[in-house]
Design a protein around this ligand. Structure first.
Ligand code: PMV
Length: 343
């Protein structure tokens, strides 16, 4: 077998990972919804022999050779080099495609790195001998070394990464599928991603994580994340939407508060992000419907709500929020079940 293809989704964190230490281990646990419609499809193909001592590959995005991706991929490959003997002396190609527009500002690292890790493991002698459970665990560990949040994309509908009290199998090394009770309202949750800003992020998440070292509020933040992980487990089991929304929004604003209070400080939200947040709160006061927001390390706003209010939510987006979005664009996503092999 010389070729492997996987589709792997993006994810949206409910409790955020922000802060890490070597080698790519999280300063606090995180829990995310795996998405369905925002994914990367990647094919890894082993080609002829190579005389190079180094990893010898080309990477194509939508069939276009994209050398700018190479350094990040190479860094990832070097991190798992001891497991990649089968790539030595071979040329190989990586073909990749994102379901969401490249310029949408949606981080493709979670879906992209997990899709690549799944392919590497599928082609490796090691991966071929693993049970299904061990395969995904290893794939999550490798994904983590590509991009921390990618570790969670390997599992759906919820991925948990980082040692968490009361969950014996949880680990800083890899994510696990969240096995606690989850009320059915959450497994069909919608995530409408509002595109406030497109293009390259002003501050990379790597730089942002780094600023949690020596951050004056870091220790309290990490404690809070542990408490929120415990609370979220009860909330998910009980289907308590109001408590879910409060925790979700508090996590999002805390993440951005950490950025604003680091040295150097920075702000990733845009005026449009704040206007949208105000309007969500107003809509919620008026309608009493359970629609909440979260944010990634960027200006885009993720609107999270139950399937049952999808129509009203989209009417609200179209009538009140579209004007804040780049070209009026948003992505309709929902909770999904994790990666699928394409070969
Ligand atoms: O995986 P990274 O290093 O791009 O970090 C992602 C960090 C957040 O998206 C802000 C939070 C998270 O847990 O996904």
């Amino acid at each position: 077998m010389n070729k492997s293809s996987w589709r792997s989704p993006s994810n949206i964190a409910l409790v955020k990972y922000w802060g890490k230490y070597d080698p790519q281990l999280p300063a606090n646990p995180s829990l995310s919804f795996t998405l369905k419609e925002s994914y990367t499809e990647t094919t890894l193909e082993l080609l002829g022999e190579s005389a190079s001592e180094d990893f010898d590959f080309d990477i194509f995005l939508d069939s276009v050779k994209t050398d700018s991706f190479k350094p990040k991929i190479k860094q990832f490959l070097q991190r798992i080099e001891k497991d990649l003997d089968f790539l030595k002396g071979r040329r190989f190609s990586i073909e990749t495609y994102n379901s969401f527009p490249h310029s949408s500002g949606i981080a493709s690292s979670a879906s992209g790195m997990s899709a690549l890790a799944l392919n590497l493991l599928s082609l490796s002698p090691e991966g071929k001998n693993l049970s299904q459970e061990a395969f995904f665990r290893k794939a999550s560990e490798w994904s983590r070394l590509g991009s921390g949040s990618a570790s969670r994309s390997v599992f759906g509908p919820l991925g948990l990464w980082g040692k968490t009290a009361g969950i014996a199998e949880s680990s800083d090394e890899y994510a696990i599928p969240y096995q606690g009770k989850v009320d059915s309202v959450f497994t069909s949750f919608r995530d409408t991603i509002l595109l406030v800003e497109t293009g390259q992020k002003a501050v990379s998440s790597t730089a942002g994580h780094g600023l949690m070292n020596g951050h004056p509020f870091a220790a309290e933040r990490f404690k809070q994340a542990h408490r929120n992980m415990a609370d979220l487990q009860d909330i998910l089991a009980q289907g308590d939407l109001a408590a879910f929304g409060e925790l979700l929004e508090s996590e999002a604003l805390t993440l951005h508060a950490m950025m604003m209070s680091s040295r150097p400080y920075f702000i990733l939200m845009k005026p449009g992000s704040l206007e949208i947040i105000e309007k969500i709160w107003q809509w919620r006061r008026e309608t009493r419907k359970p629609m909440y927001f979260t944010l990634d390390a960027g200006a885009n706003v993720h609107l999270l709500y139950p399937e049952a209010i999808e129509q009203e939510a989209l009417e609200f987006v179209n009538s009140s929020l579209k004007g804040h979005l780049i070209n009026g664009a948003y992505i309709c996503d929902q909770v999904g079940n994790g990666p699928t092999p394409l070969t």
